[in-house]
Design a protein around this ligand. Sequence first.
Ligand code: ADP
Ligand code: ASP
Ligand code: MG
Length: 818
Amino acid sequence: MNVLKFGGTSVGSAENIERVISILEKSAINSKVIGVVSAIGGITDLLLSAGELAQTKDKGYLECFDTIRNIHLEMLSSLLGSKNTALLCNLEAELQSLKDFLDGIYLINELSAKTSDKLVSFGELLSSYIIAETMKSRGINAERKNSQDLIVTNSVFSKAEVKYAKTNENVTNYFKHAEEAITILPGFISKSENGEITTLGRGGSDFTAAIVAAALNVEKLEIWTDVSGMFTTNPKAVKHAFPIENLSYQEAMELSHFGAKVIYPPTVQPVLDKNIPIFIKNTMAPEDIGTKISSSSAMASGKNINPVKGISNVNNINLLTLQGNGMVGIPGFSKRLFETLAQNKINVIFITQASSEHSICFGVEAGDSNLAKESIDETFENEISLRKIDPLIVEKELSIIALVGDKMKSHQGISGKMFSTLGKNNINIRAIAQGASEKNISAVIAEKDVKKALNTLHERFFETPTKQLNVYITGVGNVGERLVEQIKQQKGYLKEQLKLNLKVVGLSNSRTMVLDASGINLTNWKDKLKNGQKASSKGFLESARSYNLRNSIFVDVTANAEIAASYPEYLKESIAVVACNKIACSSNFDTYNQLKSLSRKYNAPFLFETNVGAGLPVIDTLNNLVASGDKITSIQAVLSGSLNYIFNNFNDKTRFHDIVKKAQIEGYTEPDPRIDLSGVDVARKILILARESGIEMNLEDIDNQSFLTPENEQANTVEAFYDSLIEHEDHFQSLYNSAKNNNAQLKYVADFNGIKAQVGLQEIPEGHPFYNLEGKDNIVMYYTKRYPEQPMIIKGAGAGAEVTASGLFADIIRTLNK
Ligand code: ADP
Ligand code: ASP
Ligand code: MG
């Protein structure tokens, strides 16, 4: 005898019922078969909604009923054609009695648990009727048997307990004499000893199948559903989840208790007692291996050395805490607490107690929380009034996530890995429990963090080594565009070679923005951005916050002060910040310091390599020197690509004004060239290097020896500034001539002597490393304790969109190693 159970989706359409029939027929070739079926997918919920509406005198129940009626009639007609009038009539009659029943609820305004059980029983009765009749009319040797005649329970409606002795007797007696090759049984429904209709709890069709399989002591139980087995975690929440080939009964029970809905938890017990293996199979893909649940799974899975078998979650949890100084050392508090809960039939899902005994913390379903609070506060009324105990504390909108595996107990460090992975992703853990058997490590977290937690934990325990990076780029102008193009081009390489899955999830310029938590397809990103929603830095931040994705990075490619001011908000969400915007790091020291400490506190890297020398590894090198114990004694540098370009091209045959204009047109200067020519840009850069060397310094502390005339400096528009350059051409020519006469080159140099910094134009003599600096190159010389005479030199293009973008890209990748 084979027992196969088919769930709601498996019988949810005519097409799927055809699959079910063919699976049953195949199974019946060598042995008799029992097919246990659920209600058509969604019908149990619809019946319950109709009942609720009718009870509250809402005529909407009639609409609900019509939906239920149409689904069943259409199902039968698509399976058998509308000509089969006798069956259609029978089905109509059965639907009419459902309608009468709902009318009754509407009239009396009442829906007791008992009535509700009778109401939902229609679901399985209707589905089993349709399936059995379809088979019969096709000449298949099949019959339906109403399982209410077989499965006997107590009278706890909606989740009745099985009376095994009577049930087993009924089942064995019936099947001893059953002649048909295939018997269809409605799942989920049963009858009490007094003859009342009962049900076995939501998802209970699995249980029906297990009860029958155990009573008949069959070789195996097959649960046919809409996924190819029990997955490492809920496949609807984690794309990379995969089916587990073998599980022990205990592992399956733990996983299902903690939310792996694929089997109803009580299902395991009856078959475990008889050592009957369960196979989870996919009706939509019968050839897939699926999952085998048995006692010997630990051995069979020997090749799989991962001690963690699966991760599951239960949502809708409230955490209740009973605490107070009066509890310490006094026996009996827990007894009274749990007795109160038991008397009120409140199921406790999770318990922890600190060894100080100062508090007991436990989790219940959200629906039970009010009753728990009322009854416990009442039980401890006296102690509360004496202030020995505080009123029960209730925390809402929580979930439990659990790692499950029989072999976790023999491996060290699993909980450490679990909690550090969650911590790194800013997922706050509210409570922890680990059974002494160590088959399960559970943590309570905010419900909003569940998806992120499942994904990070799955990545950590099952997906080594691919990592996902989620990038939000704001300021898609010249440099930003190059960055997006570089990412687009490198995506494949990163995935293949570095096992990095880099997704751009947000793009914004000053006009529009696009956001997509699953990643923006970069093929035509410019159009998407153009047609995106109106840009808003607040909206951008809000989306990043609500997506709550792991390994997120906010990339600032603007020069905007408002955006720089938003970094703390990102860091507080554990979102890394990568910036080429210099404002944050060069504004007052407190801001810089606050960002550094937020970055440490929230484990979110804050990187700004491109603030100095574009793509050159200037800051990273400095950080490495300092981290390895070296000390910076001085820094000399040419840090302005624009000024270098200008002084390399300016001579006695050109006009200073024209060269500056050209530099601006070529994009080598800031849009406002005064920022470069006044030395402010270079001062900011040396300030950042001094700060990264460990010195507390502000922009005002830097000695800025301007080479401009006072009139140049006083020009208050760009236009006026250009005019003043023409007027003062003589001044610039004299700077040039003096250098030429001294056989020197004009370079704009930044200098930090370990305490103070200055910037200014210098005449660089022949032979000096700066003398031959070409084009828009930058050069930085670090003198340190380890490099006292021959400095460490970094040199190369220090401006330009392509190199700046690649510097940002390097920082994005670097966030992973910080
Ligand atoms: P059926 O109607 O066949 O009884 P269920 O909806 O009760 O099916 O259970 C199957 C569903 O369980 C899957 O579609 C999936 O969304 C969910 N699920 C949750 N956790 C897991 C898991 N770890 N493995 C497989 N499925 C899971
Ligand atoms: N139809 C019932 C439910 O939806 C039982 C089941 O499908 O297992 O809960
Ligand atoms: Mg189910």
